[in-house]
Design a protein around this ligand. Structure first.
Ligand code: FO1
Length: 333
């Protein structure tokens, strides 16, 4: 064991988006559980809320829900989002009434989350307080995992597109799900970010961390949005903890989702080096896929190549373990 074996209650903080981030963090949890010297570690996850959307009078928080369901062992494994063993009776009734939109699949059990979140928000609870209650049901405190929304004030990523309907902004989810990112995004606008502040505990979680990890989440619309919350980037820059990220690209391509379309929209090439460039003012370590390692040279951050496909839960644990090991190696250096 390295020098860190005596870090009794190591504090790990991670910024995360949806499916890739959630799978990585479940892998991290599995890795910590498997190593007695790390079992006391505490994990704080700062979740992206830019994907949030109002549907049928309900507040839907896709990335927070994906993190809750995945860490809580209730996620639809094949999709990576939504609940396992789902029904769609409610959605069929909504369709029968001609309620819009029908392009965003909401399952019956998933509706339970949106209804109770909307009820609590309507009673005046903050998104942080609501998320803590939801996390309680999913057993996150028992795993020593704390899930914080990046902000308690609403931030929504909208996408400026131009097609036969002319130039307009659509909600991120419409671009991501209905359009499948097939219409080029001219730019992303984080609506509400100008009035947003970091949620309680978010900046502290970065400042007090022994290690900060960036899972292979979308660098533009997940990690990038969290970095836009006032104070977050400065806290990362000022952090004495090593910040280690995991490339979301393998051979220049995203494993799933549309990270390449997002990068193109901001004029960044789809390479592990270019993505690291988005984090270069605070990144200390960068885990890249074996095939990309030879072509990645970073001015400051240490680069480590290994297989990065989270093809199984065990593979995700190995990758998370490698990211943590790189961070602890940098910490000991
Ligand atoms: N993704 C899809 O591709 N199609 C869907 O119909 C869909 C529904 C959905 C419902 C709840 C939820 O929490 C996530 C959902 N997602 C769906 C995934 C979601 O669009 C993405 O996971 C994130 O917002 C992007 O990271």
């Amino acid at each position: 064991m390295g020098a860190y074996a005596r870090l009794p209650r190591m504090r790990i903080t991670a910024l995360a988006g949806g499916v890739g981030g959630a799978r990585f963090l479940r892998g991290l949890r599995d890795h910590l559980d498997a190593d007695p010297s790390l079992a006391e570690a505490e994990l704080t996850v700062i979740g992206n809320t830019g994907d949030d959307i109002n549907l049928f009078g309900l507040r839907v928080c896709p990335d927070l829900d994906t993190l809750l369901y995945t860490l809580g062992e209730g996620v639809h494994e094949g999709q990576g989002w939504g609940r396992a063993d789902e029904g769609h009776l409610v959605q069929a009734e909504l369709a029968a009434y001609g309620a819009e939109p029908q392009w965003f699949a909401l399952g019956d059990k998933d509706f339970g989350t949106h209804i109770v979140r909307s009820q609590w928000l309507g009673q005046g609870l903050s998104l942080s307080e609501v998320t803590a209650r939801l996390a309680e049901r999913w057993g996150l405190p028992r795993q020593r995992v704390t899930l914080l929304p990046m902000s308690d004030s609403p931030v929504e990523t909208h996408v400026v597109v131009e097609d036969d309907e002319g130039q307009r902004a659509v909600h991120f989810q419409e671009w991501w799900v209905r359009m499948q990112a097939a219409v080029p995004a001219q730019r992303f606008v984080a609506v509400g970010m100008d009035r947003a502040t970091a949620a309680p505990g978010v900046l502290d979680a970065i400042r007090r961390a022994d290690v900060v990890l960036l899972p292979p989440s979308n660098p533009v619309v997940s990690i990038g949005i969290i970095l836009g919350v006032p104070g977050v980037r400065d806290a990362l820059r000022g952090s004495s903890a090593p910040v280690v990220g995991v490339s979301p690209l393998i051979g220049g391509m995203p494993v799933r989702g549309h990270a390449d379309a997002c990068l193109a929209a901001i004029g960044v090439e789809s390479t592990a080096s270019a993505v690291a460039g988005l984090y270069e003012d605070f990144l200390d370590g960068w885990l890249v896929s074996t095939e990309d390692a030879a072509s990645v040279r970073l001015p400051r951050a240490a680069v480590h190549g290994r297989p990065l496909l989270m093809s199984s839960r065990a593979a995700a644990a190995d990758i998370a373990g490698a990211a943590l090991a790189l961070a602890l190696e940098l910490k000991a250096a």
